[in-house]
Design a protein around this ligand. Structure first.
Ligand SMILES: [Fe+2]
Length: 287
């Protein structure tokens, strides 16, 4: 099994991990889940996080094939358009982004938003094959957290987005529109049926009680043995009951409203108004 080089970038403001996945034999690479920094108090965006990723790519002389989103994130703005402008590469997400666009088009009243995913260069279907340089990859549709969630399997590594977290933290919430705990269970089983030694790279880490460092890499075998929500000893019904119970206690992510409006458009910011300033909307009593 080909083994890509994986570099991780942790964004402490949103607990997001961005990855560079590189094929050492060809010098070609993909970026997964890049972040555009955003301070909601001042409304300021910054490219500091994305610039760190770009500097690493340039430092290693890598060429970018893909800029991949595991899903429409609700906790950070995507840095994909900025990285694409600087380095090229095709942006991509799962085909079910259309469902997510349809849902939120109404909530944000985005009359001009196409709901066919055409803002992205490519939409991946379940089981579709692709490559990063000479390393073969394929898609596993892993809905549950959101309808559009997909896992990117690239050589011996799988980028699971918000499905599984580290074994001591568990699994992703399923209470966003279109989320479904039973679907998430079934999606996670697909990931856990990959070979035991498959490296799993998660999208967020919040530490866990008793752990004082952030972590983002685990394996199928570790998850099956130790995941506190969904190890091999947890039944489907028990998982669904646990997940729905926990979800009912969770508050909304701080950046959900800004993030969705931008990420539905593949990370493009809204067009400026006639005073040259861009605005985000805050729907009241709608989410
Ligand atoms: Fe998410």
């Amino acid at each position: 099994m080909s083994r890509p080089d994986v570099s991780a970038f942790f964004d402490a403001a949103t607990f997001t991990i961005t990855y560079i996945v590189a094929d050492p034999s060809s010098g070609r690479a993909a970026v997964i889940d890049p972040v555009l920094d955003f301070d909601p108090a001042s409304g300021r965006t910054s490219t500091k996080s994305a610039d760190d990723v770009i500097a690493a790519i340039e430092g290693k002389n890598l060429e970018i094939d893909w800029i991949l989103e595991t899903h429409v994130h609700a906790d950070h703005l995507s840095g994909a358009p900025y990285i694409r402008e600087k380095l090229g590469g095709k942006t991509a997400i799962g085909t079910n982004v259309a469902t997510v666009q349809e849902t939120f088009k109404n909530i944000f009243n985005l009359k001009d938003l196409a709901t066919d995913g055409s803002q992205f260069d490519h939409l991946f279907a379940d089981s579709e094959s692709f490559a990063v340089g000479n390393i073969a990859g394929h898609i596993i549709a892993t809905p549950g957290h959101t309808p559009a969630c997909i896992t990117y399997v690239i050589g011996d590594a799988a980028f699971v987005g918000d499905t599984l977290f580290m074994p001591d933290f568990g699994s992703a919430r399923t209470d966003f529109p279109g989320g479904d705990a039973a679907q998430l269970y079934d999606s996670i089983q697909k990931i856990l049926s990959l070979p035991d030694e498959t490296r799993l790279f998660i999208c967020h880490d919040y530490k866990a009680p008793g752990r004082d460092v952030y972590a983002w890499e685990t394996t199928v075998a570790e998850q099956r043995a130790n995941n506190i929500h969904i190890s091999d000893s947890v039944s489907r019904d028990a998982f669904i009951e646990m997940r729905e119970g926990r979800d009912s206690q969770l508050g909304m992510p701080k950046l959900i409203l800004p993030s969705l409006q931008v990420n539905l458009r593949a990370g493009r910011l809204p067009e400026p108004e006639d005073n040259d300033i861009r605005y985000l909307k805050i729907p009241l009593d709608a989410v």
